[in-house]
Design a protein around this ligand. Structure first.
Ligand code: SF4
Length: 234
């Protein structure tokens, strides 16, 4: 078991240097109907089903440092070339390195939609982070919940805490009137139903929910098998 907040600090020291952050790939992808993607390095969770595990488990030896300006220019170059209107940071956890992320957003033209794919832990921990992001009107936040309650969260991530931060992130995003949606990983029907009831209590029943499908790439399948979790996802 680990504490995701402590892990965030440890990983930030590896993947962020001043205004620079580590990335391992820039690419056009077909997600969301076409989006320019920068894959960053480092995460504050260790989800057992993580497909981008090299960038997560081995942050020290993966990727190179890029400035926020280069990240923004490269993403916008891909977007223009491909005729897209959306861009994102994916791979690891983009909220690690707040200053870098804010500077990337400042460098992106407001005519593009920026999709921030996050597990929400750092947003739930720091209300000011959400408030600082709320000035970017072209930002859409996709919060991926790793389980429908604390128990499932800990089972899937191996973290001792974190689910409450994910829920708090949703509250902060709601209060800041931001565009966001939920991507939910859960394999337990009853927990899911309870979670949907909780969303109603939080006045979040209108937020769009995607059920995230876990892709069983061979590496992911082997890891889940080793952890005796494969049956949850087959
Ligand atoms: S939050 Fe995403 S990148 Fe981080 S370990 Fe989980 S699946 Fe991987």
């Amino acid at each position: 078991m680990y504490n995701p907040l402590e892990l965030s600090k440890k990983i930030e020291k590896i993947v962020v240097e001043n205004n620079l952050k580590k990335y391992y790939r820039f690419r056009p992808t077909g997600f969301y109907g076409g989006i320019a993607t920068a894959d960053t390095v480092g995460c504050n969770l260790r989800c057992k089903f993580c497909w981008s595990s090299n960038s997560v488990w081995n942050a020290m030896d993966t990727g190179e440092f890029y400035s926020s300006e280069v990240v923004a220019d490269t993403l916008q170059g891909i977007t223009d070339k491909k005729g897209y209107h959306q861009l994102r940071i994916s791979g690891g956890e983009p909220t690690i390195g707040k200053q870098h992320l804010i500077q990337v957003l400042e460098s992106i033209k407001s005519t593009y939609v920026f999709i921030l794919e996050t597990n929400g832990i750092l947003l739930g921990y720091d209300k000011k982070y959400v408030e600082d992001l709320s000035i970017f009107k072209n930002l859409h936040v996709r919060v991926c919940l790793k389980g429908a309650d604390s128990e499932e969260f800990s089972l899937f991530t191996g973290a001792e805490i974190g689910f409450e931060y994910q829920l708090t992130a949703l509250r902060y995003l709601r209060d800041a009137h931001m565009n966001f949606n939920i991507a939910l990983v859960s394999t337990h029907q009853e927990k899911k139903q309870n979670f949907f009831k909780k969303l109603v209590e939080m006045n979040l029943e209108k937020v769009m929910i995607e059920e995230e499908e876990i892709k069983l790439y061979p590496m992911v399948r082997n890891r889940l098998q080793k952890e005796k979790l494969l049956h949850y996802f087959e």
